[in-house]
Design a protein around this ligand. Sequence first.
Ligand code: SAM
Length: 232
Amino acid sequence: MVCIPYLPYVVRSQRAFLRRAAQYVVETGVRQFVDLGSGLPTAGNVHEVVQKLDPEGRVVYVDSDPVVVSEGRAMIADSVNTAFVCADFLRPEAVLAAPELRALLDLDEPVAVFMIDVLHHISDSDNPAAVIAAYVDMMCPDSHVALSHLGQDEALIDGLAMFRRMYDTPPPTVHLRNSQQIADLLAGLDLVEPGIVPLPLWHHAPHADSDLDRKPDIFPGYAALGRKPAFP
Ligand SMILES: C[S@@+](CC[C@H](N)C(=O)[O-])C[C@H]1O[C@@H](n2cnc3c(N)ncnc32)[C@H](O)[C@@H]1O
């Protein structure tokens, strides 16, 4: 674990963004979600937010860690419109062809792809922009991509250096990106207001929900939501 004093705040804020973005997307009429690099469902997961608003909402979690997938499947066992796929999300065609996903989602209808707290683990050599573009290409207009991404933040860089000093070992590899690099990841999509912003500030009026958090000065990263236009 990276030794950053405010790590719990960072994790909680990302989960709060996930909930705000899922709520917003459902309210635009989208009922199908794919959560890439989902990790284990914790609290306020995509399927809980979506299915509270519409029990018919369908959610597919994707993770490459078999332990996460096995535990995750057990945790969602009671939810009929939810599935867990074990796959590498860097292979969009394989993910979108997975039988568990195809059983739940209709790719002729809009889909929201969530990539929360995962893209900074992906190096430029894996071409994350091309990966996202491949998902978008296979989805119809009004589909969405939500992402959170750690930024070029001084405190974060200090935290990583502190990890190296304390443990005498390299910290987990993260690929910090600035707001322009994050914009490049979402090329071709229309950015939903307020655009690419420090994550605690991503909200879409009138969703001033109770966990809306406004401390961008100590948040080391960004959030954004893009929508596929009808005529790219
Ligand atoms: C930080 S954790 C969970 C983040 C989660 N989205 C959240 O909001 O809490 C990142 C997860 O991404 C998964 N992951 C990393 N690279 C992946 C890949 N290429 N394909 C699928 N899952 C991946 C890991 O197994 C891990 O469970």
